[in-house]
Design a binder for this molecule. Sequence first.
Ligand SMILES: Cc1cc2nc3c(=O)[nH]c(=O)nc-3n(C[C@H](O)[C@H](O)[C@H](O)COP(=O)(O)O)c2cc1C
Length: 329
Amino acid sequence: MVRAADSLYRVLYGGILSRLPEGIAVPLGQWGLRLLPLDLLPFFRNRDPRLATSLGGVRLANPLILSSMYYDTTILRRAMGLGFGAVTAKSITLMPRPGHPPPNLVRIDTPEGPGLVNCNGFHNPGLAAYRAALAHLPHRVPLIVSATGESAEDIVAVAEGLAPFGDLVEINISSPNTKLVYAWSERPEELAAMLRAARKATDKPLIVKVSPDFRRMNEETTIPAALDAGISIINCGNTRRLDEPRLSQKSGGLSGPALFPQTLDNVRRLRDRFGSRIDLIATGGIDSPDKALQVLAAGATACAYFTGFITRGPLLARRMLDAIVKAHR
Ligand SMILES: Cc1cc2nc3c(=O)[nH]c(=O)nc-3n(C[C@H](O)[C@H](O)[C@H](O)COP(=O)(O)O)c2cc1C
């Protein structure tokens, strides 16, 4: 059944979705996700108790996380039934943002496989409206809410405002679509103060999502500052900045399998350097059961993906879970 449904998605994606212009394929895919009650089908899930893990004291039934991209609560509700141990909502800013004009997402073929480049620019409804939307979202699995902004004060205010609606709160300081991501390296004191203020603003476990473009700073500045502030969950990482003339902003964030070698190396290095002081979420290019096994074996506490959800389909989580259970035997 899993194989048959998986093959069906490959035909649908390879034959139709991946051939349509992105401007049509993205809304069509999201419309399908919203409309089809895939979350009611049990074959998306594997409930083996050996899959359980914990992030900052929050129990996850398994180590797979849908990475931040969707803010639509109907899609998040569906995703919670598609095998993930936790689901991340899109990064929210204090005020609504229209995001960057199209084209803001394009497909890219890399030697490692199919990826995406986006300059989404945090299209989101803003804190107040999103709090109202999240109030009606049941948490079938833990929900990770994500706070971002163009100033330290904004990020802290959003983290505080979202915290009551999430089981964990992610602080996104790593999107290549914000100017601030490049400014943190010149303002390490401000970064440390922001992390301390965020820690004071909520009792919920906090995650800091770091950029693959700033590996040295992550290791020498950001993660030590997070630990000093009392934040011990690190998500490595976000998209990687790339010049892309097809996008309205002429550059964006690369996601997909081209990121994987660096993701794996980051997991090894961070586990080696920080040992059991951190819980580690591996994100970036994980789009097959084998890659999930590799990052977990290298020391990741959990692994997250978004691009693989699109290019490999909603059954990827089940295939990964089956492989992890098999590897436990
Ligand atoms: C269209 C798009 C929108 C995204 N929006 C966010 C976001 O709002 N917040 C965030 O932290 N990451 C965002 N990401 C990054 C993903 O969560 C993830 O970190 C990145 O794509 C690398 O993982 P992947 O290779 O599995 O996609 C976005 C990625 C894409 C492709």
